[in-house]
Design a binder for this molecule. Structure first.
Ligand SMILES: [Zn+2]
Ligand SMILES: [Zn+2]
Ligand SMILES: [Zn+2]
Length: 257
């Protein structure tokens, strides 16, 4: 299984519009962060978790030419506003593409993208063709099993446990707190990808220190911090992390066997 980090930034992205701080002006490409999204590929399937406003440029830059499904975590603008661009994959693959989300997220996505359905436009307009699927428990995309995980983020937010054979990956990009049941499900995963917005506390996200404390409880073999704002300078933070914990960056590819 390959994981490709299409975006690792918080809702406004980095650089922020009109900001000239050292991180926003950094020459290190790892400090340039588009909105958070993960591409998951196996020999049998390929899907994306969230379609940020940067989705089109992300798939172009990272050579993504196949999307068998879209999986949503929640309906904040930074996670859904690139959804319309899924229509190119309808054309490339000549099929309707399923989009999975919890009931609340699905209602918001359908409200925002009210013109999207699973049949062609009667006027011949170029619209996405999507089968919306409300998730109520574990489901499969190809050979990957996805288990939805409850996460508190000031709104309904669904993290995922991805499993393929013995491989287990946890994905929780936006998080303010994690119920005990979610922590237990993630315990000992091979890879954990977790929110770590910034150093100061935030009302709906965990900060770096809180993220590291959660990661210590989860005990993943490898962990990646994600959904970072311009307070985080890549090399500076990574130099202070213990082994097995990394700062993610756009375009990072992780191959798992
Ligand atoms: Zn977000
Ligand atoms: Zn800045
Ligand atoms: Zn959010």
């Amino acid at each position: 299984m390959d994981l490709i980090f299409l975006g690792t930034g918080t809702s406004v992205g980095v650089p922020m519009i009109g900001c000239h701080c050292p991180v926003c002006s950094s020459k290190d490409p790892r400090n340039s962060r588009r909105r958070t999204s993960l591409y998951v590929r196996t020999e049998r399937t390929a899907f994306v978790i969230d379609t940020p406003p940067d989705f089109r440029q992300q798939v172009l830059d990272f050579g993504i030419e196949r999307v068998d499904a879209v999986v949503f975590t929640h309906a904040h603008a930074d996670h859904i506003f690139g959804f319309d661009d899924i229509r190119r994959f309808n054309t490339l693959q000549n099929c309707v593409i399923p989009a999975y989300a919890d009931a609340e997220t699905l209602a918001d996505v359908r409200r925002v993208f009210s013109y999207i359905g699973n049949s062609p436009s009667p006027k011949g307009l170029y619209r996405p063709l999507v089968d919306f699927v409300e998730i109520g428990g574990p489901f499969a995309v190809g050979d990957v099993k996805l288990t939805p995980l409850d996460v508190e983020h000031g709104c309904k937010m669904t993290g995922y446990l991805l499993e393929q054979g013995a491989l287990r990956i946890g994905y929780v990009p936006d998080c303010h707190s994690m119920p005990r049941e979610t922590l237990e499900r993630l315990h000992g995963v091979d890879v954990m990808i977790l929110d770590a917005l910034r150093y100061r506390p935030h009302p709906t996200h965990i900060c770096v220190e809180e993220s590291l404390a959660l990661l210590a409880k989860i005990g993943a073999k490898r962990s990646y911090l994600i959904h970072l704002c311009h307070d985080v300078e890549h090399a500076e933070l990574e130099s202070r992390l213990t082994s097995g914990i990394y700062v993610s960056y756009d375009g990072l590819r992780v191959r798992l066997t």
